[in-house]
Design a protein around this ligand. Structure first.
Ligand code: ZN
Length: 235
């Protein structure tokens, strides 16, 4: 990306500092942690409780050094909250200020979608997978539940020869592609989608992440192993 200009309002004249700051954060373009160049950094403080407490704020525009994707970062530090991160040789504690960092669009370490799935999934299934991650990262449990169910249906129907999800899963179980335990977890995802659709009953984030992991596992099994076996049978 070739940046043409960054405009700064006149009211900020005399308050501009040149920096070379780099922040490391999860890039949703590259789907991994990478250095980001800080293009703009607005820094201000705010005293609270008659100066007992000071809040430090940074509002930053970041650019990934690999893919140029732009993100926005909010960083808040509270002067009262410090964490001990170690000790000097003489036992003096080493403190670090406790930072609260949020990067937008929202992204999440637990669900940092892996490039691997983009490589192994057909395009239309990968696009559902990405939507599920976006819904999960943006704290939309109902849509995540519906998305997980749709994703399960797309994955299974890609390989199954029937229209009924239950029949295909039974077939997979009989052929040994999934275990009985896994079958039960996949049935949970079917009902999870039904609950989300008919009873507006959202599940907890922990549950949703668990079910996402179950589906990621299934993707590995079917798109890697099943496909390999199919290809070797053709030869
Ligand atoms: Zn990137």
């Amino acid at each position: 990306m070739n940046i043409i200009s960054i405009s700064i309002p006149q009211s900020l004249e005399g308050k501009i500092t040149q920096t070379n700051n780099i922040e490391i954060c999860l890039c949703i373009g590259c789907k991994t942690y990478l250095k980001h160049e800080v293009l703009v950094d607005i820094y201000h403080t705010h005293d609270e409780y008659d100066g007992i407490l000071t809040m430090y704020y940074n509002h930053r525009i970041l650019r990934c050094i690999n893919c140029d994707l732009i993100s926005y970062q909010d960083k808040t530090v509270n002067s009262e909250y410090v964490d001990q991160i170690g000790e000097e040789d003489d036992g003096t504690p080493i403190w670090e200020e406790n930072e609260l960092i949020q990067v937008y669009p929202l992204r999440d370490n637990e669900t940092a979608f892996s490039k691997e799935f983009e490589k192994i999934l057909p395009e239309e299934i990968y696009s559902t997978y990405e939507e599920v991650i976006t819904a999960l990262n943006n704290k939309m449990p109902l849509l995540t539940g519906l998305g997980l169910r749709t994703l399960l249906e797309q994955i299974v129907k890609y390989f199954g020869k029937f229209d009924d999800l239950g029949i295909i899963l039974t077939q997979f179980e009989e052929d040994g592609y999934i275990s009985t335990k896994q079958r039960a977890l996949l049935d949970d995802i079917r009902y999870l989608g039904n609950d989300a659709a008919h009873r507006a009953d959202p599940k907890s984030r922990k549950d949703l992440i668990l079910h996402l992991k179950v589906l990621e596992n299934l993707i590995q099994q079917l798109f890697v192993y099943y496909k390999l076996e199919e290809e070797s049978q053709k030869k």
